[in-house]
Design a binder for this molecule. Structure first.
Ligand SMILES: Cc1cc2nc3c(=O)[nH]c(=O)nc-3n(C[C@H](O)[C@H](O)[C@H](O)COP(=O)(O)OP(=O)(O)OC[C@H]3O[C@@H](n4cnc5c(N)ncnc54)[C@H](O)[C@@H]3O)c2cc1C
Ligand SMILES: C[S@@+](CC[C@H](N)C(=O)[O-])C[C@H]1O[C@@H](n2cnc3c(N)ncnc32)[C@H](O)[C@@H]1O
Length: 660
């Protein structure tokens, strides 16, 4: 198996980490803390800039080399001291070799004055899997996005507007691969006007490289015994990598005026969107036709955190992985574990055939930390499960089951969210710079500067999103009484279906897929087919449950509709006027290689978050953060190709290109 690409460290007698891979120190031996403050904070002029920040604004720092997180924590500490209470700090940092959690903890123990901030980071930091890792800290006042991978691969995928750069990353002589013109071009591309930059090095090649892309550079006194270091400011627009970028993937302008949002639909997607916006100071009205949140697809009793990944690292797989990791952090943050709420009991994905086993083994070879996933044989799987299973599989120790209504309720606890129940939106209207949700009599249910449609299949009822190709698929989950021996089941078992450990003396087994029915009346056929799944998962468990004594026709069950898209990816992002889109980019129907530049015909401030299929428990949490990042001009928490893969305009574009 490939070893996860973690930092390789040795520790000095006074407890300082040293990179054996790069043969270099993480920070100055004299005082890392003082060095960080001198080099990165002072020479980006952060104290002055943050004191002068207008209320409610955002500030973005970009960093090469997260390392121990010392720079991040020092910046966060200063931010707490100086920035307005409602301003938000976004810290994006690239890291090719993240520290293991225990190493990070050991390194950060050096700085007792940073303990209050370090503890918050450590509460969410685990051995990181590859990919992008998004952290929401201090109730949204600070976000951290770690781009795990080589900076030369990850930065080109970033969509951000950086105000200050911390150019760290070991000495150029020790790490020449990183200090490249391609890196400097990305720094210029991603910089806000007049962005600043500071670095500990004073190497001439670095200075000239940064000048070549538009930074005005100065040599100043370095920290401690270092004679010199560099700092600079971007002059003009910079001369960074300025590739053509599809206008339908560009950021729509955020609506001016008050930060209010109406969201239609209080399932997992709507609640995640509401929380992400509320944490950023938006006043949110969530409109729901039922008497409570989570009454449709999100209303199951035990939803499974089933993180199905592809060894080919497809956009779907990378989206799922990033959202799964963020979702686990969110769960630990806002929902205490318990029989009512959720349990990180682990999920065993048992293989169904040889091909599936090959897929699983290929995945396990990809350098994931064991705390994220590991391959297990049938014996190991049986020990983990507490019942005999006769197949090998993949084990996800951090996953488990969730009671989605509890998660939705927890997400709605935020004081900026108002849930409007018994309210069905029949249409959405944009008038005088505001969105209004109208009921069947044309009365206004709510108005706000931004609207987000989170109505699953019913999203098609709104004229603005009627053309999006959403498709319902019915499913049913069956409830089974636990027996004293079935309670030995310790983890969730998944293969063609799933069964969860007992919650309040009941297991849940599911889920059927039916294309021929769109009602939500439970059926006995689906109970029968669900029960058959158990024998495939574990014959021993099927015996424990005494299935032969149960009357499948009478077992309690719940049916609901999933909402899927043709490519099984969700639809998350801004909405264009479909007719205007076709007209504006008609040239693509004749020649798909054209690169039009006309701005996309956005509906001002209209977004959609739907199509989470059979994995909403996993895919909803990050969807809210993505919408909030679009709306707040924040760094997007996902690579550009993944953002494009979930972008709602993809279907219109495909149709246009295919000439339909
Ligand atoms: C049987 C079954 C089993 C599943 N098991 C799992 C699982 O184990 N793991 C997993 O990850 N996922 C699972 N899923 C998928 C998961 O439940 C969904 O992906 C997720 O719940 C979708 O959330 P949502 O918010 O998009 O949709 P929904 O939960 O359907 O929410 C949409 C909300 O919008 C409201 N609404 C719609 N139109 C309007 C309107 N016009 N006005 C007001 N309100 C409106 C609806 O009432 C509803 O509350 C399962 C789904 C089903 C059906
Ligand atoms: C000196 S340390 C950074 C110290 C860090 N800023 C801190 O606060 O602890 C340099 C970091 O850059 C990372 N790094 C080196 N080359 C890289 C590359 N090409 N892409 C991404 N990260 C890289 C290293 O793994 C290391 O963690």
């Amino acid at each position: 198996m490939n070893t996860p690409p973690f930092a390789q460290l040795s520790w000095s007698e006074d407890g300082q980490p040293f990179s054996t891979r790069f043969d270099d120190v993480y920070f100055s031996r004299e005082s890392g803390l003082a060095e960080t403050r001198h080099v990165f904070l002072q020479h980006n002029d952060l104290s002055r800039r943050w004191r002068a920040l207008p209320p409610g604004t955002r500030f973005c720092i970009g960093e090469t080399g997260f390392g121990t997180g010392l720079n991040f924590l020092c910046a966060w500490q200063l931010w707490d001291e100086l920035a307005p209470a409602d301003a938000r700090l976004h810290f994006v940092s690239c890291e090719k070799y993240p520290l293991r959690r225990e190493d990070l903890q050991r390194a950060l123990a050096l700085w007792t004055e940073l303990t209050p901030w370090a503890d918050q980071l450590l509460a969410q930091y685990s051995d990181l899997a590859p990919g992008w890792q998004h952290f929401n800290l201090a109730d949204g006042r600070v976000t951290l996005t770690l781009l795990i991978g080589d900076v030369l691969d990850t930065l080109p995928q970033l969509d951000a507007r950086v105000d200050a750069w911390f150019l760290d990353g070991f000495a150029p002589a020790r790490n020449p691969d990183m200090w490249q013109p391609a890196l400097y071009a990305q720094l210029a591309r991603l910089s806000a006007p007049s962005a600043t930059l500071a670095t500990f090095t004073s190497v001439g090649e670095v200075r000239r490289g940064l000048q070549a892309v538009g930074f005005e550079m100065r040599k100043v006194k370095g920290y401690g015994r270092k004679r010199e270091m560099l700092c600079g400011t971007l002059a003009g627009a910079g001369a960074g990598a300025a590739d053509w970028s599809a206008p339908w993937l560009a950021r729509p302008e955020s609506p001016a005026g008050e930060r209010s949002a109406l969201i239609v639909g209080a399932g997992l997607a709507g609640c995640a969107t509401a929380l992400a916006l509320a944490r950023r100071g938006w006043q949110v009205t969530l409109i729901e036709r039922h008497d409570r949140a989570a009454a449709e697809a999100s209303g199951n009793t035990q939803g499974i955190l089933y993180c199905k990944l592809s060894a080919h690292q497809t956009p779907l797989s990378r989206y799922v992985q990033a959202s799964y990791a963020f979702g686990l952090r969110l769960l630990h943050q806002i929902l205490p574990q318990g029989q009512d709420s959720w349990q990180a009991c682990g999920v065993l994905q048992l293989c169904t055939d040889d091909r599936e086993r090959q897929r699983q083994l290929a995945l396990a070879e990809q350098g994931y930390p064991e705390s994220f996933l590991c391959a297990v044989d049938a014996d190991q799987a049986s020990t983990l499960a507490g019942v005999a299973v006769n197949r090998p599989g993949l084990f996800f120790p951090g996953a488990g089951w969730v009671h989605p209504p509890s998660l939705c309720r927890a997400m709605l606890q935020h004081g900026n969210i108002r849930l409007l129940t018994h309210s069905e939106a029949m249409s959405l209207q944009h008038r005088d710079g505001e969105w209004q949700a109208l009921d069947e009599k044309g009365g206004s249910l709510a108005r706000a500067s931004v609207a987000v449609i989170c109505s699953a299949n019913d999203s098609q009822r709104f004229a603005q999103t009627a053309e999006l190709p959403l498709k319902p698929i019915r499913g049913q989950v069956t409830q089974l009484p636990a027996t004293s021996s079935s309670k030995t089941l310790k983890t969730v078992l998944c293969a063609e279906g799933y069964i969860s450990p007992a919650r309040h003396d009941e297991h849940h087994v599911g889920a059927s897929f039916r294309f021929d029915r769109l009602d939500t009346e439970p059926s006995s056929e689906e109970n029968h087919s669900n029960l058959q799944l158990i024998g495939q998962l574990s014959p021993e468990l099927a015996g424990h449950l005494q299935l032969e004594t149960l009357d499948a026709d009478r077992l309690p069950a719940r049916s609901a509709l999933r909402c899927t898209s043709p490519d099984y990816l969700p639809l998350i992002g801004p909405v264009v006027d479909a007719q205007a889109f076709r007209e504006r980019y008609a040239e693509l129907a004749k020649d798909a290689s054209r690169q039009p530049t006309a701005p996309a015909p956005w509906y001002p401030g209209l977004y959609i978050n739907a199509g989470h299929g059979s994995r909403g428990m996993i895919s909803c949490p990050l969807s809210g953060e993505l919408i909030a990042a679009w709306l707040n001009d924040e760094p997007l928490p996902l690579p550009a190709d993944v953002v494009a893969a979930v972008h709602p305009t993809r279907f219109m574009l495909r149709r246009l290109i295919r000439g339909r």
